[in-house]
Ligand binder design. Structure first.
Ligand SMILES: NC(=O)C1=CN([C@@H]2O[C@H](COP(=O)(O)OP(=O)(O)OC[C@H]3O[C@@H](n4cnc5c(N)ncnc54)[C@H](O)[C@@H]3O)[C@@H](O)[C@H]2O)C=CC1
Ligand SMILES: O=C(O)CCC(=O)C(=O)O
Length: 487
């Protein structure tokens, strides 16, 4: 087997503190979805053996890592944050080239990665338990927390820095070691984040990254007897199968999956604000967010006015290579994602009325990438496929309602419950929305996407395994409570 070395374009697996080639000696080449002539880099097409070595390294490292003080673990995260910050532009550029989101968005996401690392670094000095009065006056009763051990992290391509960081940083600070499998589509960007962990000097085996097919490396992590917990973000079908595999062998699991997020525009809404937020929430990152707005539920009294404003603004969107100035929306991440979006658009044409977009963009530079026009449909009913299934593309479906009750019924009439927003100036409508909306994120006069790192994140119904990530909530997944009784 030829020995590979990590170079600017050839990324290896990070196992036991070293960059190592896969046993298979096979690689996967990642190309820029805005220009497929641009090769971003290549990553390892790894095997189960590669994964086993990573899990074994994480298992060996776990005791010495958990025995450090939280503040000591935090120091490594502070260092990693500084290094990521110093490489912000370079890593953001790689993200834009690898998965297509615009450079300003990629910079924002990388900065968010830095902030998440710092937040969890500080968490190493915060309390981990409570003293609970015992009914025995001579006893001391309190809770403390233990790490799970080795945590498997499986991440998607749509947030190549933020999601790996928001899962890895809390895992580490609470004393776990990590084996991460990134989505192949964004694995080069993720490898650069791991270079930051390496440079921060994390002890060998504490963080490991293995790239390769989900069915081999992802499934392998879910099945591995030495992996004590699995955290996943991605599609519902894969998430559920990971959950079942983990449940069968008694491992802890956490799943963040799809969304079909509504925005309600009430008759008293600030329509300009609602239009702006619908566009930003629905179409930024080419609609490739689990929190993206996809159903736009509008009161009949303002329907026509809102629709005209929305469509005229959508038509102004500039589409192209996200590295270019002035580009607002990049391509779909891959040919297969583009084809999924185009097939939903065809369905939408049967189910409603096309107002704008509705096609792949062709000609000139567009021919080199996977560009689709931002698309708005009118006259969509709740039973339409495009009103029920996650599209993960720049597609909005408009639905007309007569009152708030109907709006909330419609908003809840999907199997998902991740994020939902309402535009209204009426406090009563806000309160009924907060009470009656089945969603993990309920947002008033604000877009459905965009989460704050210090707050719990997760969904209801089919959107998650009913757990929450980020903020303090991460502690619940990455640790187990011990109730201690001392006498
Ligand atoms: N909730 C979210 O943020 C995301 C939702 N999606 C949804 O999923 C659809 C398909 O996108 P994909 O990238 O194919 O999602 P996916 O669920 O296949 O991929 C997510 C991660 O799971 C891994 N994986 C794939 N098969 C696996 C298996 N059998 N066992 C373990 N891990 C496995 C992938 O390699 C990747 O790292 C999108 O169109 C979108 O609707 C995709 C990405 C993120
Ligand atoms: O809206 C956000 O910032 C987070 C979205 C997200 O977690 C996802 O799409 O997977």
């Amino acid at each position: 087997m030829a020995v590979q070395t990590q170079t600017e374009n050839n990324f290896l697996n990070y196992v036991n503190g070293e960059w190592v080639g896969s046993d298979t000696n096979e690689t996967i080449i990642n190309k820029n979805p805005a220009n497929t002539e641009d090769v971003v880099g290549q990553v390892q097409k790894s095997s189960r053996d590669d994964l086993n070595k990573a899990v074994s390294a994480a298992n060996t490292a776990r005791n010495s890592w958990r025995n450090l003080a939280g503040a000591q673990r935090g120091q490594y995260l502070f260092k990693a944050a500084d290094i990521l910050e110093s490489r912000l532009e370079e890593i953001a550029e790689c993200m834009t080239r690898e998965m297509g989101k615009t450079f300003p968005e990629a910079k924002g996401e990388t900065a968010r990665g830095v902030a998440i690392l710092r937040y969890y670094a500080g968490e190493g000095m915060r309390k981990v338990g409570d003293v609970i009065p015992s009914s025995d006056s001579e006893a001391l009763m309190f809770t403390t927390r233990a790490p799970l051990g080795v945590v498997g992290v499986i991440t998607p391509w749509n947030f190549p820095v933020a999601i790996p960081v928001w899962k890895t940083a809390p895992a580490l600070i609470y004393g776990n070691t990590v084996v991460l499998k990134p989505a192949t589509e964004a694995a080069v960007t993720c490898a650069k984040v791991f270079e930051c962990f390496e440079e921060a000097g994390l002890p060998a085996g504490v963080v490991n990254m293995v790239t390769g097919p989900g069915s081999i490396i992802g499934q392998g992590l879910a099945e591995h007897p030495e992996v004590n917990g699995i955290t996943f973000t991605g599609s519902n079908i894969v998430g559920k199968s990971i959950g079942q595999t983990a449940l069968e062998r008694g491992a802890k699991y956490q799943l963040e999956m799809g969304g079909k997020n509504p925005v309600i525009v009430a008759d008293d809404a600030d329509l300009d604000l609602a239009v702006e937020a619908t566009i930003s929430g629905g179409l930024r990152s080419t609609g490739q967010k689990c929190t993206a707005t996809s159903r736009v539920i509008v009161h009949s009294e303002v329907y026509e006015k809102f629709k005209d404003k929305l469509v005229s603004k959508v038509k102004e969107i500039s589409i192209g290579d996200g590295m270019k100035d002035g580009i607002w929306m990049g391509p779909s991440v891959s040919e297969s994602q583009l084809n999924t979006v185009l097939s939903y658009i065809e369905k939408g044409k049967e189910e409603g009325t096309l107002l704008c977009g509705g096609e792949r963009l062709c000609g000139g530079e567009y021919d080199k990438g996977y560009f689709v026009a931002p698309t708005v449909f009118d006259d969509i009913t709740t039973d339409a496929v495009i009103a029920q299934e996650e599209i993960f593309g720049p597609v909005l479906a408009l639905m007309k309602v007569e009152d708030m009750e109907e709006a909330i019924d419609l908003a809840n009439d999907v199997e998902y419950g991740l994020s939902a927003s309402i535009f209204t100036t009426n406090i009563q409508k806000m309160l009924s929305f907060i009470n009656d909306m089945d969603a993990g994120l309920v947002r008033i006069n604000s877009e459905s996407a965009g989460v704050e790192l210090q707050a719990p994140f997760g969904g209801m119904k089919q959107s998650s395994s009913h757990s929450r990530e980020q903020g303090e909530a991460a502690k619940e997944f990455f640790t187990a409570i011990k109730t201690v009784f001392v006498k």
